[in-house]
Design a protein around this ligand. Sequence first.
Ligand code: SF4
Length: 319
Amino acid sequence: MHNILCEGRGLVKVHRSKRGGRPLEAVSQVDLRLYQGETLALVGESGCGKSTLARLLLGLLPPTEGQVLFDGQDLAALSPKALRTLRRQFQPVFQDAAGSLQPRQRVGALVAEPLRIHKLCPRGELPQRAARLLERVGLSPELLERYPHQLSGGQRQRVVLARALALGPRLLVCDEPVSALDVSVQAQMLNLLAQLQREQGLTYLFISHDLGVVRHSASRVAVMFLGRLCEIGPREALFRRPRHPYTRFLLDAIPKPDPRRRDALGQLSGEVPDPGNPPSGCRFRTRCPYAQALCAQAVPPLADLGDGQQAACHFPLQG
Ligand code: SF4
């Protein structure tokens, strides 16, 4: 395995409501490592804590408990200046390309902005640097003079990517990188990300609610449910033989060519748990068809099951 680039240790994030409601533990005791050059997909339903976890790893939110290390350096121990410099190395690429681009700025100014803010390029050279960044993401420098609304959704997403690449990052955290795009444009975007990774040794953390989207692009997959990691492992192993019932459910939810091919977990029944008051023991137990008494009594630890696969289940699936 490669070197560890970024690591979360014992991460907990509790959101406290301003109106004095019940505190919500959005991330609960998560240990996660990102290895240099890999693509780790973090998957789960909306509200499961995956975006909060990503923000903790990016240093955009302080954890309530736990540590984030980037290249072995504890983010909490850095001065604000050192943190700002280090954070150039890990950049977010958020899902809403249209929303993250200032509508009144031209593409050239948008792409050059991070270089200008961080004073990484003489003013006179900004247009050439912006043109080169556009070329790197497969866009023509002719688009420099356009405004975001004059671009297609796929082009806008590439402009967002060019901005993230401007600072020479080592880690890109892509929140739903392609879900707003048409299927054919999704494939082009994923191919571009793979090409950039090969050329520059980039590390990616993809965040998605859809296991189908990450099926061909992730090297490892981590599945989250209600703030906890349920399962993590190499993509092939996890798709071939999911060990946690929730991973199995997500796999079954990927649309299949033949809709009659569904199994017992195709539809989850049971009570949807309240994130503000999660079930005792295993947080998935109110929806799990395999739950037993132990599942209510003890939190299942993330246990090694061989082949790099780990699952947090007292009774991991065998088949
Ligand atoms: Fe289901 Fe129990 Fe495993 Fe949780 S620990 S996923 S309730 S079998």
